[in-house]
Design a protein around this ligand. Sequence first.
Ligand code: PLP
Length: 399
Amino acid sequence: MKFDPASNIQDLLQFGEFGDVNPSITDSATYTFMEAKTMVDTFTGEEEGCFLYSRHWNPSNRYLADAMAAMEGTESAWVTASGMGAITTAILQLCNSGDHIVSSITTYGGTFAFMANYLKKFNIDVTFVDITRTDEVEKAIGPNTKMIYTESMTNPLLQISDLPVLADIANKHEIKLVVDNTFTPMMMAPAKMGAHVVVYSLTKFVNGKNDCVAGAICADAEFINALADVNTGSAMLLGPVLDPLRSSGIHKNLHTLHIRMKQHSHNALFLAKKLEESGLRVIYPGLHSHPQHELMKQLMHPDFGFGGMIAIDLKTSEKASSLMEAMQLKGVGYLAVSLGYFKTLFSNSGKSTSSEVPDEVQEEMGLSEGLIRFSVGLDQDIDRTWDKIRECLQSLGYL
Ligand code: PLP
């Protein structure tokens, strides 16, 4: 039977303390033990059923983590205070000083900066590759390589990672495949395609309300338990824990994600086609012109479409700025970073969320300075939205 992330979440029975339909929100940093020995056993990891301290584990985060694990088809998960909290915690758990990472050159700018600049402090080296060239990925692996890192759909170029092939390469070399699935929740199930660790910014589609930042790490129980180990776990020791109040809000929003993803995808496909018909250069995995369109069809869950993200290339950042300002004034959406919101958001990637990537690297990866990344919202009447975009394009002389 097909992997069904939405039904897996629906089937979870997660009650509150008094049978509440929404699980109770933990309002405690610490927890009592009736017997002193149980506390000792919890510290040593022999006892796994008790809550000890909220930085280690807390009940609200457990509910969200269990739901994320159900969605991804992993044994376990741990939720963090931001997407970067998830990415950095997972990487620092897997890599030691002297290790090496092979990473997609196209990733979220914060991830790129962490790998290119910050990991140097720990003497961890990164080789950046074009992730669509799996031969290059394999060639870059050396004796000290610990992981291949990629995004299932890369930010902002919307390339599709061939996850089964990357997983085979990782397994062959006995290293881990770590995948950021932020752009493609429900649509792709990286762990089902062989990824060992799946990381998320829950800030985006999963929460969908733009009211907080959060993240998640989904993996097997051994890895998640290691993260929370009181002596060696990077989650326990670096402390990027999510606040339980936020956790409970995200948990409720997760239950509508499947419906939202369908509408994001429906609207984005409509706009991508219209933009392409207008003669603009459009990147959208649902278009035949996308180089990995066929691969995307193989990897995606057919019920959730090709996703809510579109990129268009206006060649210069000045032109991109004029169009974005015009679209905001027309009410198409907001000139803002981030994605996965119920309203459409747009930003000029090279000057915003990928500005950490040096200009020459942007050029090398094919990121044009005029690239506008759209996160298409949940608009009921997308034809009406297209009329507004068309008027903006007309006023700037594009049509
Ligand atoms: N991963 C991707 C693909 C992103 O786009 C972002 C943020 O834009 C992050 C991770 C970081 O997430 P957060 O902002 O929640 O730390």
